[in-house]
Ligand binder design. Structure first.
Ligand code: MRU
Length: 364
């Protein structure tokens, strides 16, 4: 997608073909900076410190991390160690494991001398595939927005949580891809952007993305969605996912579940957009089985912002001494999800629905 009229992906190889470069998302929306990832350790740090974040982008960064490791030592033991290091960075988004397993399997079956080049090629393939999947999600979700527009006969108000736009993927995004497609198709859309405490991915990233594409949007505090839904101000909700079980339970940024409950109570469709790399076919009950990341309480106790003099500052928002607990994600049971929007089409959030779209995976 575009920043100041220039097309960017979130991760790419510089012209030297050897430097992995990413957008530093910890600096947005106040500064647009990129940074080079020169080693396995740098890739792992970028994921755990959320320089890059969003399930699909974490996966592709992991793949490049393995490639950076292979450049130094492509032995089986070194690659397995690199896989373990990268996998330990963030526990919830399954895309990371999916990407690491896929690249590692490919490398282990190749001669040691070919592995580094092969790893970079494979990471590039993953990146291209992710962009293509997300664009297809956009096309499939567009139909839902068009339906809502023709049913309503006016502006479609869409609520989203966290950042599931192009910054969370390689390009296009998951939940926001249909919104980009709708805007380009001339559908009148307006987006309610949940700020998404504690790290404000909505206020900082989703609002930044939508602004860069001139899409009308309004940032709201996390607790406003239910009120808006009660007053007919939300036509549909669409969010992303970090892991979805074979039964269609959806794990996403903390607070998603409460939006789904409010949507259910108010008869507002609640859609979840995800690529197949987010499906965890091994799991059934998301509430019981999906590991929920807990991050430092400091992310709750402090927040970043721009001072009136234009400096980016970190300020405390809680009394010193108050404990803070920071759950990264929650699980929305499938019964509250109106439909899943994938690269292969739209389906019911159920094992039968997913099986129809992904018959080969469902054998597992
Ligand atoms: O903690 P983050 O910023 O990595 O969380 C991101 C989300 O929860 C997104 O909604 C999710 O990755 C799905 S969208 C690509």
């Amino acid at each position: 997608m575009k920043i100041d009229g220039r097309h960017y992906r979130t991760i790419w190889l510089d012209e030297d073909g050897a430097t992995v470069r990413v957008i530093d998302q910890t600096k947005l929306p106040f500064r647009f900076e990129t940074c080079a990832l020169a080693s396995l350790e740098a890739a792992a740090r970028a994921i755990s410190d959320m320089v890059v974040r969003g399930a699909p982008l974490i996966g592709v960064t992991g793949a490049y991390g393995l490639a950076l490791a292979a450049r130094l030592d492509a032995s089986d033991a070194a690659l397995r160690r690199a896989h373990a290091t990268l996998l330990a960075t963030r526990p919830t988004a399954i895309n990371l494991k999916w990407a690491l397993d896929r690249v590692l399997a490919k490398l282990l079956s190749a001669p040691v001398g070919d592995r580094a080049d092969l790893a970079f090629t494979e990471a590039g393939v993953l990146a291209d595939e992710d962009a293509a999947c997300c664009e297809a999600i956009g096309e499939n979700g567009l139909k839902l927005i068009e339906e809502a527009a023709s049913k309503k006969g006016g502006r479609v108000n869409i609520l989203t949580h966290c950042n599931a736009g192009w910054l969370a993927t390689v390009d296009w995004g998951t939940a926001i891809a249909p919104i980009y497609k709708a805007a380009r198709a001339g559908v009148d859309v307006h987006v309610w952007v949940d700020e998404t405490r504690p790290r404000n991915q909505g206020a900082s990233l989703t609002a930044f993305e939508l602004g860069a594409e001139n899409i009308p949007h309004t940032v709201i505090v996390d607790n406003a969605g239910g009120h808006l839904m009660q007053h007919g101000e939300v036509d549909l909700c669409i969010v992303g996912s970090d892991r979805t079980t074979r039964r269609g339970d959806v794990c996403n940024k903390i607070g998603t579940y409460l939006k789904a409950l409010a949507a259910h109570d108010n008869g507002v469709p609640f859609y979840v957009a995800l690529p197949a790399s987010t499906l965890d076919w091994r799991l059934r009950d998301g509430v019981k089985e999906i590991p929920i990341e807990e991050r430092s309480g400091d992310e709750v106790s402090f927040t970043n912002g721009l001072t009136e003099s234009g400096e980016v500052a970190r300020v405390r928002v809680t009394p010193p001494g108050s404990a803070a607990k920071n759950f990264g994600f929650d699980v929305t049971p499938a019964r509250y999800v109106s439909a899943l929007v994938t690269e292969r089409g739209v389906c019911a959030a159920s094992e039968a629905g997913l099986r129809k779209l992904f018959p080969e995976e469902a054998q597992l």
